[in-house]
Design a protein around this ligand. Structure first.
Ligand code: GAP
Length: 444
């Protein structure tokens, strides 16, 4: 993880938030390559949900919601972690994350000092809206994006004539006052989620739950993720969230071990029933194709962390490879083997020399490629070094312009993974790159 954190900073993927002030725990900034990667991961998910499924539409709800939302959802009452403090070294722990014997003996796992009693700590960030800071002005930063979907589900049925079964997808920020925020961007206080809520008829929920498990697994396979680094974990009774009838996590083998990447949950009709009670509004679906049958739909949720997906993709892509045997640093390269559709830069254009018109020719080629691909241009240093820089940024293709290019209008196309180089006519570059992206298969 240290290597990935350091590469992420060095190459402008992720920076510590407010670094000049010593950093802000639980918050990170996405640099030029990081925002491109994050946007592409979000784009792949959005396409998967809304473009490839006729029965799923999108939504972008506000982060600030009426505070009754969180009473109805059960978050005010139940969204808590058990917390203990060390009276001596002042370290703070999630009680369920320290060894049981320490908890039983009230002994700090770090300094051996005395621990406080376990108390419940609500993870929602609370603030005030308006000029008066009284109880009537309390407002929360949403701890999940899902509730914005539930409170809009009837609007969407009416405005978009959706019929059950159908889904609503949303990507957005969520906030949790996490007690433990280590492991880089894995668990943070400010993060992004990609959530899809699928509304189904009660009784068909088990079938849809299994269907969405299958679809989410297939999605990661298509993204080119190492499938032997993914596994399912079913929640047992004491792990289930207050709203869930059944829940499975897709776990990824991160450098610190198997951890949750995404959850697939059967939330039953819990949320919509509670919103009916708390808002007084009828949240039933009226099935006009079935004698106006009325029911509160069940909800199958797929809930993935976008920022956690960024970390997963970085870990999954990271590789160190020996490429020579000369006994120096150049023997090794660090390479990010991103799927080309996720890579922040798709193609880098490199003139072999700055002089003799090669730089101008390379710039012309870049101008053309820009229309279709995310490009970079680099003319600084030896060509081998430049390839290494692109490997480290995960750029799948490099186009090198040399003296022969001036003669016969061909360029060198270099592949990141195999380091193979082929000669391609300039006018065929765009089509060739499109084909390579479409047919990409990870070799390592
Ligand atoms: N709406 C259901 C829900 O929020 P969750 O299991 O609490 O369920 C879903 O969260 C996903 O959101 C997780 O699988 C994880 O990827 C991401 N996530 C949750 N808390 C996070 C945090 N503090 N930092 C980064 N990602 C987080």
């Amino acid at each position: 993880m240290e290597k990935i954190t350091s590469l992420a900073k060095r190459r402008g993927f992720v920076f510590q938030s407010s670094e000049i002030y010593g950093g802000q725990n639980g918050a990170w900034d996405y640099g030029p390559l990081g925002i491109e990667l994050k946007n592409r991961i979000a784009g792949a998910w959005w396409k998967e949900m809304t473009q490839l499924n006729d029965d799923i539409v999108g939504l972008d709800a506000a982060i600030l919601m009426h505070p009754r939302t969180w009473e109805a959802s059960g978050h005010v009452e139940n969204f808590t972690d058990p917390l203990v403090d060390c009276k001596k070294c002042k370290a703070r722990f999630r009680a369920d994350m320290i060894p049981e014997e320490n908890l039983a003996a009230k002994k700090c796992p770090e300094c051996g000092g005395e621990l406080t009693d376990t108390r419940k700590f609500n993870l929602m960030f609370k603030t005030h809206i308006g000029p008066a800071e009284d109880t009537a002005s309390i407002i929360y930063l949403r701890p999940e994006t899902a509730q914005g979907i539930y409170v809009n589900y009837k609007n969407i049925i009416q405005s978009n004539r959706m019929k059950i079964p159908f889904g609503i997808a949303q990507i957005g920020k969520a906030f949790r006052n996490e007690i433990v925020t280590k492991n880089f961007i894995f668990r943070t206080c400010e993060f992004e989620q990609m959530e899809m809520q699928f509304f189904v008829k009660p009784g068909s929920d088990d079938e849809w739950f299994n269907e969405w498990k299958k679809r989410r697994w297939a999605y990661y396979d298509r993204l080119g993720v190492k499938m032997d680094h993914l596994r399912w974990h079913q929640h047992d009774k004491d792990e289930l969230a207050h709203y869930a009838k059944d829940a499975y996590d897709i776990q990824y083998l991160f450098p610190m071990g198997w951890r949750e990447l995404e959850g697939v949950h059967n939330r039953t009709n819990y949320d919509l029933t509670r919103h009916t009670q708390f808002s007084g509004k009828d949240m039933q679906y009226i099935d006009q194709d079935n004698n106006n049958e009325r029911y509160i739909p069940y909800i199958i949720e797929t809930s993935a962390g976008l920022t956690r997906n960024v970390l997963m993709i970085l870990c999954d892509a990271y590789d160190e490879e020996q490429v020579a045997d000369k006994g120096n640093d150049d023997d090794w390269r660090t390479v990010l083997r991103f799927h080309p559709s996720l890579a922040p830069v798709t193609v880098a254009v490199l003139p072999l020399m700055k002089k003799d018109g090669l730089a101008e020719l390379a710039q012309d080629i870049r101008r053309e490629l820009k229309e279709d691909f995310a490009t970079d241009y680099d003319q600084a240093g030896a060509i081998g070094r430049r390839y290494r820089r692109q490997d480290e940024a995960g750029t799948p293709f490099c186009v090198t312009v040399d003296y022969q290019s001036k003669e016969d209008n061909t360029v060198t196309l270099r592949f990141r993974d195999s380091m193979e180089q082929i000669r391609v006519p300039k006018q065929e570059l765009t089509a060739r790159l499109r084909q390579e992206i479409k047919e990409y298969k990870r070799i390592k």
